[in-house]
Write a protein that binds this ligand. Structure first.
Ligand code: PLP
Length: 345
């Protein structure tokens, strides 16, 4: 079975980074966790380094070690989960900068790797990662004396600029960090777009680089073309796919396409929710999405297509996300490992 082709426009990623960078007066980093949101961290890291990015963020030490191998020495690689039990080898060897989330992590880090760089994450209200205000006031002077590379926090609601949580977290972050002599960071993609109050010394966008909301002006990055395996005629009244969930309302021509929920075309994209494209013509997905296949009503085409496009100029990641009642981040990170990946400039 021929697999679908995921085309990743690395030039668009570099331009998205530059365009976010141009909106601020401060350093712009890049978040490449989860294999650069599913698109391939090693290639994208090198593209961004060439564009001028010097600070990279990943979720785990393993991801950090892989990124170091791709980038070589030089760029700073922050690990957002901090210094976990068992991470010391990877952090030391790959010269990673863990973003420490608790007193326990702080102790582990300074004992295991004295003098090695670190960042600090503070909890300003999201209650996911970072030190509590009480913990921080006890530790603050000791931690600052060790010269943290970065002090950061994360916004819970930056996809909604008017949400009162943003101003609340901004106030908390100021209260916890004003007067400290260390670089600070609060903004991901959403915060970068909310203006200079949120920029501090470094912004760290992720999804915007890959063409996703809330960066509405982003250039699209991914194109997904899937081969048609076979095309058949179905009489009016006949079913298509699992559970007979779609019944042909008229004599129809149905294309079976290579790509299913194991490839990130999540099952919520089934009958009536999604379209795919043959050139400029939109065609409805009919019946259930199965593991490796989807079925598409191509009756209105004057030819049988070889390929159909699922992501591209007519339909972006956030359009698919809306159809499946999820967010672009989940569509991106779900795009499967079975696709042939093609990187273009
Ligand atoms: C994922 C993440 C980011 C990037 O967020 P986007 O919304 O993708 O820009 C930044 N900072 C932290 C702590 C994150 O977990």
């Amino acid at each position: 079975m021929t697999t679908a082709t995921l085309t990743i426009d690395t030039g668009a990623i570099a331009r998205n980074w530059q365009s976010l960078d141009a909106r601020t007066e401060v350093e712009t980093g890049a978040v490449l966790k989860a294999n650069a949101y599913g698109l391939g961290a090693p290639v994208i890291a090198r593209v961004l380094a060439r564009a001028g990015c010097r600070s990279f963020f990943v979720a785990t030490a393993d991801e950090g070690a892989a990124l170091r191998a791709a980038l070589g020495q030089g760029p700073v690689i922050y690990v957002l989960s901090g210094h976990m039990n068992g991470d010391t080898g990877a952090i030391g060897e790959a010269r990673l900068t863990p973003v420490l989330n608790s007193v326990d992590q702080m102790l582990r880090h300074v004992e295991a790797l004295p003098g090695a760089p670190f960042g600090l994450q503070l909890n300003t209200g999201m209650n996911r990662l970072g030190m509590q205000a009480s913990e921080w006031s006890a530790l603050r002077d000791i931690a600052v004396a060790q010269r943290p590379a970065l002090i950061m926090s994360h916004l819970a609601c930056s996809d909604e600029p008017d949400h009162e949580m943003n101003a609340h977290q901004l106030r908390q972050f100021h209260e916890m960090t004003d007067g400290i002599d260390a670089p600070r960071s609060l903004a991901a993609t959403g915060g970068t777009l909310m203006g200079e109050d949120y920029h501090f010394d470094l912004c760290r966008p992720g999804v915007g680089l890959y063409g996703g909301l809330p960066f509405a002006d982003a250039e699209p990055v991914v194109t997904l073309d899937a081969p048609v395996i076979q095309v058949r005629d179905v009489a009016a009244g006949e079913p298509v796919g699992y559970s007979n969930s779609w019944i042909a309302p008229r004599a129809s021509r149905i294309a079976t396409v290579s790509g299913g929920y194991a490839d990130g075309l999540i099952r919520a994209l089934g009958s009536g929710k999604t379209q795919v494209y043959a050139g400029d013509t939109a065609l409805p997905v009919v019946g259930r999405v199965s593991m490796d296949l989807i079925t598409v009503d191509v009756t209105d085409l004057d030819h049988d297509p070889d390929h159909l496009q699922l992501l591209g100029p007519h339909q972006g990641v956030d359009d698919l996300a809306r159809a499946a009642d999820t967010i672009g981040y989940e569509i991106l990170t779900s795009l499967g490992h079975r696709y042939a990946r093609r990187y273009t400039e």
